[in-house]
Design a protein around this ligand. Structure first.
Ligand code: NAD
Ligand code: SER
Length: 317
């Protein structure tokens, strides 16, 4: 098995690389990104290739040279950045995915790519959002995500490419900062709670969104890719979630560890508008039934871990 991870320097990629290298061997997992500086740090434990996923010839050479059999395609533009630069988001999220699907078809490779809670919109049921439901997103990020889901389904049905994917909620982690999304507040709040005991949140106190801690997000990707293909009915765009909370609730959880912590609010209308169009909580029973998805971390366990890890890091620096 030879694995390629695009967008490997990002929030998810930088941790998925290590998880895959631990599992399949350092030399069997190739990291790739256009962020050369961050990417080169990944070259300490295995191969790194500079590569723009929208460029067919560049990506073809990487896949050919390394004999890639499995692609985790993570290169993308996240929701808030996409809303500020919709043309860039379309190019990377759609043309980049198209290039990687074409190469997966040509080289008989399997392909995992994440969709998102952003693939839903204001007309989607917001509570216990079903696996199969109305998808009319109003953000450019959402438009690219729902189009990507359809494109992955098409490549499976038309060409038999083994495409698989999940709809990730907001991912919370402590290694690499998030890349410009609407759920980024739920990462920033831990860093600021430890450094400054205060955080100014760009979403309203009662904005509920689905979230997940990074170890569960990595498990979801690897478990889905290792599942016997015959068990999968949906293949792409499985709803997966671990918890749903609001800024007020996460701040109360942090106060259990840092009683003097205070949250303030200064609403960003763009990101608030995006959050208001996304599910408050998804129904992930299809993932649970088809490939045994089950998260470990809830808000309490995640907060304990985030605070312990970050306290240790900031105290020693
Ligand atoms: P990120 O923004 O942290 O990282 C994306 C990476 O892609 C960056 O390292 C960037 O340099 C790279 N990149 C951008 N344009 C590129 C190009 N043209 N060619 C090659 N690389 C390029 O994103 P992430 O949070 O790690 O997200 C990974 C995937 O998961 C994306 O598809 C995202 O939509 C999805 N997702 C993430 C979250 C989350 O909360 N992090 C939630 C839902 C879905
Ligand atoms: N965390 C991501 C974002 O906010 C969700 O896809 O863009």
């Amino acid at each position: 098995m030879k694995v390629l991870v695009t967008g490997a320097a990002g929030q998810i990629g930088s941790e998925l690389i290590q998880a895959l290298r631990d599992r399949y061997g350092n030399q069997n997992v190739v990291a790739s990104d256009i962020n050369r500086e961050a990417g080169e740090k990944l070259s300490g434990s295995g191969p790194f290739e500079y590569g723009d996923c929208t460029r067919y010839e560049v990506m073809k050479e990487i896949i050919q040279n390394h004999g890639i059999t499995t692609i985790y395609h993570l290169a993308a533009i996240l929701s808030a950045v996409a809303e500020n630069n919709p043309q860039l988001a379309w190019n990377v999220n759609i043309n980049g995915l198209y290039v990687m699907l074409e190469l997966a078809r040509e080289f008989n490779s399997s392909l995992f790519t994440p969709s998102s809670i952003g693939a839903f919109g204001p007309t989607t049921p917001r509570n216990s959002t079903p696996q199969d439901t109305i998808q009319r997103p109003t953000s450019m990020y959402g438009v690219t995500k729902v189009s990507g889901e359809l494109l992955c389904d098409y490549y499976y049905q038309k060409f038999g490419v083994d495409t698989r994917g999940v709809r990730y909620p907001g991912i919370i982690s402590n290694v690499t900062l998030p890349g410009g999304g609407t759920t980024d507040y739920a990462v920033e709040i831990y860093y600021e709670a430890i450094r400054n005991k205060t955080y100014t949140c760009f979403l309203k106190e009662d904005s509920y969104l689905d979230m997940m801690y990074m170890p569960d997000a990595l498990n979801a990707a690897i478990l889905l890719m290792e599942t016997d293909s015959k068990k999968l009915k949906h293949r792409n765009a499985f709803n997966v979630t671990a918890m749903s909370f609001s800024p007020k609730e996460i701040s109360r959880e942090i106060q259990k560890h840092i009683p003097e912590f205070k949250i303030k609010y200064h609403i960003d209308p763009i990101r608030q508008g995006i959050a208001d169009s996304w599910p408050k909580s998804m129904d992930d029973s299809a993932a649970r039934m088809e490939w045994g998805w089950s998260p470990y971390y809830d808000l309490e366990k995640m907060t304990q871990d985030m605070i312990a890890v970050l306290k240790k890091r900031f105290q020693s620096s």
